[in-house]
Design a protein around this ligand. Structure first.
Ligand code: SF4
Length: 147
């Protein structure tokens, strides 16, 4: 199973922001630069993560993006399911739909495999993702300050 690019960069943002208390708050542009993804793509991911309640934008001095408490404790399996949007791994109902789509054992097996994939991520929290050795590396990925 392959995650969408959108899910991957949203997870990168979450991981980078999970260590922001050690390295200082960051703007969306700085997160994009630190994780080496285009700003416009990162802005879309940040908006989606805010809607999910995982991130919040803090205003004022020392402000910037930060994880919410529930975001920090969120299950990675839940987060990936939300970001992926519940689609199947094969487009059985595409245009034109597959002629087997009403009675396909393979489709059922793929759904089970997809659920097993998510289930393997369920016990992990966002906090778990930034334990050593990942966390210290993330702290060093500081985006450039905007001009
Ligand atoms: S063969 Fe089965 S799994 Fe593949 S597209 Fe058709 S319905 Fe879906």
């Amino acid at each position: 199973m392959r995650l969408t690019k959108f899910t991957d960069l949203a997870l990168r943002a979450v991981m980078r922001l999970a260590v922001s208390e050690q390295a200082g708050p960051l703007t969306t542009r700085q997160v994009a630069e630190a994780m080496e993804v285009p700003y416009a793509h990162m802005a879309k991911a940040v908006t989606r993560l805010q809607h999910l309640g995982v991130l919040e934008a803090r205003r004022g001095r020392g402000g910037g993006l930060g994880l919410t408490g529930p975001g920090r404790r969120a299950s990675v399996g839940w987060l990936v399911r939300e970001l992926e949007g519940g689609g199947e791994v094969v487009a059985c109902d595409g245009d034109p739909p597959c002629p087997l789509n009403g009675a396909c054992r393979l489709r059922h097996a793929l759904r089970d495999a997809q659920e097993a994939f998510y289930a393997a991520l369920d016990p992990l929290t966002v906090n778990d993702l930034v334990a050593s050795p990942t966390g210290p590396v993330l702290v060093g990925l500081v985006g450039r300050r905007p001009a």
